[in-house]
Design a protein around this ligand. Sequence first.
Ligand code: PMP
Length: 305
Amino acid sequence: AIETTEKIWHNGNLIPWEKAQIHVMSHVVHYGSSIFEGLRTYGQGDTAGIFRLPEHMQRFLDSAKIYRMPIDYTLDQLCDAVLQVVEANGVAPCYIRPIAFRGYGEVGVNPLRSPMEIYIINYPWGKYVPGNAGADVCVSSWNRLAPNTMPSLAKAGGNYMNSQLIRMEAEVNGYSEGIALDVNGYLSEGSGENLFLVRGGVLYTTPLANSVLSGITRASILTLAKELNIPVVEQTLPREMLYISDEAFFTGTAVEVTHLRSVDRILIGDGNMGPITKLLHDEFFALVNGKKADRHNWLTPVKVK
Ligand code: PMP
């Protein structure tokens, strides 16, 4: 169960948490017609900041555009709305979930005549304690979305049916996460994380064309790697690169930077967080936790009581 807050932003107004309800005949319930975001705040009280707020809300607008969803708010207005609800609820650290969907209108598949509903919800999210042990993951028997079926660059509700299959299969088989291959058998991403590998001092990640989400954490790690003079290659990667990599890690809003201890029970390196992963992990946390100056303006300050 999630901890509730007082207010939820809905189509421009703050409404009580328990009033944020929809009808069962809403289009989204039947056809998965939603797009959404997930953001995190770092710090507390006076020092709280939202990680990469404009980038997340731009991706929100991009996802809506792909699905022909009209959003009556500009990027600035959406960012302000996020600040408004976080400040109203006064909760940090928190997770923030903006969501837009096709509501209660017509019953058919065509969403164009169902009204848009936009909500922004935030709720407390305690400090996630990264398992320094690393994650034991598998390669999924499920593929990621094939090109020209479901657009992977949209962070859309329906895409997460595929993520659920990957995640459930992993859990049932005793792994903490699954890595999906794309439809051509090349590495793609986890059910909710981007994938990085290190081999011979080079950092590899799968390109957007291999059915991955354009992760904001992924982009941040690529920026940090360039600054740290770590050679970076974005290219299509064969599955077996996983097994012979010196280091491997996931990135994402939820997992932040989490190293992989094993894949399909094959140990990655010696199973511990490798040196290049550690360099990037430590730099990432130094920035978000305010140990180093926020040189990229990645944190938008938010006033939380
Ligand atoms: N891939 C998928 C499928 C995801 O759901 C997420 C989480 N949003 C990511 C990658 C990581 O993206 P981000 O770093 O923006 O959270």
